[in-house]
Every structure is written in C-alpha cells, then in structure tokens.
Write a protein that binds this ligand. Structure first.
Ligand SMILES: Nc1ncnc2c1ncn2[C@@H]1O[C@H](COP(=O)(O)OP(=O)(O)OP(=O)(O)O)[C@@H](O)[C@H]1O
Ligand SMILES: [Mg+2]
Length: 250
C-alpha cells in the first residue's frame, strides 16, 4: 500500500507546495513511483508542475464528488504523476457541505490506486477547512513545513490540535512524518525560532534540518522545474535528499 503523506500547515506561504514538488522529485530519484495530488484551489502545484490550471478540465474535485470514478492523472511530469486542481475546487468545497460522509471522500477516491504508487503526496491548501480535513483523513502521515518566523508559534498549537481532532474522530492511525523548518535565513530571529521549534516539536516528531530561504526555489518553480533539475548543485539539495530518505523509513 502507498504511503499517503499530506503536506499540511494552515499558514499561507510556508513552502508547502515547493516542498511537495521537490520531495516528490527526490523520492522519484530514489526509484519510487510517485503521485502528487493538488488539493488547493489556488493550484500552485499544478502550475509548478507545468500545467496551466485554467486549461485543466478534470480535477481532484470530480473524484471527491463521485462524478468520476477514475482519477484524472497527468502522467510523467519530471517522472511523477499528478492529479491537478483549478479554481473550481473552491466550489467543490461548498458542494461538499451537503454530501454524505464527506471526510472520507478523498480517501475513497485514492483507494483504487493504493497499490500502484509507493507514495502519494497531497499538497494541502492554507486553511483548516474541509479540503484540509479531507486530506488529513486520506493520509497515512502528515508532514509539517513551518516557517522559522515568530508567527509560526501561534499557528503550531492550532495545527497540532487539528491533527489531534482528525485522529480522534476520523483517522486514528494518522502519524506525524516530520517537521520541516522552511524559509530559514541566518537572521538572529530565525535562529531563535528554529531552536524553539526544535525544542517544542522534537518530542512529537523528527525535526529536519531547516531548508534555507533561497531565490533558486522560486526561480525553479517559475521555470516549472524541481530545484534539483534547475540547479543541481544547490546546497539545499542534500537537505531534500535527507527528507526523502526519512520518508522511505516511515
Ligand atoms: N526555500 C525557499 N526560498 C525562497 N523562496 C521560496 C522557498 N520556498 C518557497 N518559496 C517561494 O515562496 C512562495 C510560497 O511558496 P509555496 O507556494 O511553496 O508556499 P505554500 O505554503 O504552498 O503557499 P500557500 O499557502 O499559498 O499554498 C513561492 O513563490 C515560492 O516559490
Ligand atoms: Mg501551496
């Protein structure tokens, strides 16, 4: 069965999508069959992977609503497969309000491909709304990117309590795959926050080496490429490799 990892933090702009794409690529380089699922109506992952969101006609929402039994999969984008999103996913969120057993809808949609992929990575939207809950319900693991910035702290408590709620009510086996400090700069505030995050969170999960803030990540995304293709010798690459190996060991 696949390991299904939701990349989740309700805070916006903490590098969820960038981590999803790059981690996916490094797991692919380790010979794993990869599916990435875009659960964000903003469709950044779909865009980063080289698809024009407005040209995408079938999205993850179709499978969630049960309108399509088969997942619409785009094959072999940098060696990975993708289920795309576009802005209409936000309407799906509203429609879900009235469907039966909505929390398990993504889990059910992914069941048919459970034995095909080694890993499914779900890029969550920056919210605690139903699309994130569906993602956490479908997942076997949750990987948490956290920006090394002071406002990360307030958010962490809420984030952990959401995971706790999902475990209690719908997905008791959900495990924390790790915490990835992101957008780290050498400023003294970042150092302080990083230390505090390590202290607070390492009893709960492995806290990985921080991924630095580096324009190459944004440039690679603009170029629709993983960092390892855009800039193969970038110093952040060994960090991504370590995270990928950590996911193998789950
Ligand atoms: N390590 C990094 N260094 C510099 N820029 C980065 C880094 N990681 C991501 N970025 C850039 O920061 C922006 C936000 O990143 P990304 O879209 O991955 O975050 P997100 O958490 O998915 O955001 P959202 O909450 O909107 O979904 C993007 O423009 C991205 O290219
Ligand atoms: Mg995103």
């Amino acid at each position: 069965m696949s390991k299904i990892i939701a990349i989740f933090n309700q805070a916006g702009g903490v590098s969820k999508t960038t981590l999803t794409m790059n981690l996916g690529y490094h797991l692919h380089l380790l010979n794993h069959k990869m599916l990435l699922v875009d659960m964000d109506p903003q469709a950044s992952l779909t865009t980063f992977m080289g698809k024009e969101a407005h040209e995408v006609t079938q999205i993850i929402g179709d499978a969630i609503l049960g309108e399509n039994d088969e997942l619409a999969i785009h094959h072999d984008l940098h060696g990975m497969d993708l289920v795309a999103s576009n802005i209409t996913l936000s309407a799906v969120e509203l429609q879900l309000a009235s469907v039966m057993a909505r929390e398990v809808r993504l889990k059910q949609a992914l069941e048919p491909i459970g034995s095909i992929y080694d890993f499914v990575l779900i890029d969550c939207p920056p919210s605690l709304g139903v699309l994130s809950i569906l993602s956490l319900t479908a997942a076997t693991h949750v990987l948490i990117p956290i920006q090394t910035h002071f406002k990360a702290f307030k958010g962490t408590e809420l984030l952990l309590s959401t995971i706790k709620q999902v475990k209690k009510h719908v997905n008791p086996k959900l495990a924390i795959a790790g915490v990835v400090p992101t957008l780290y700069s050498n400023a003294s505030q970042d150092k302080m926050i990083l230390e505090a995050l390590q202290q607070q969170l390492s009893p709960l999960a492995r806290v990985y080496t921080a991924i630095p803030r580096a324009t190459a990540f944004a440039d690679a995304a603009m170029n629709r490429q993983p960092l390892a293709i855009y800039s193969p010798k970038h110093p952040a690459i060994p960090i991504l490799e370590t995270i990928a190996k950590g996911m193998e060991g789950l």
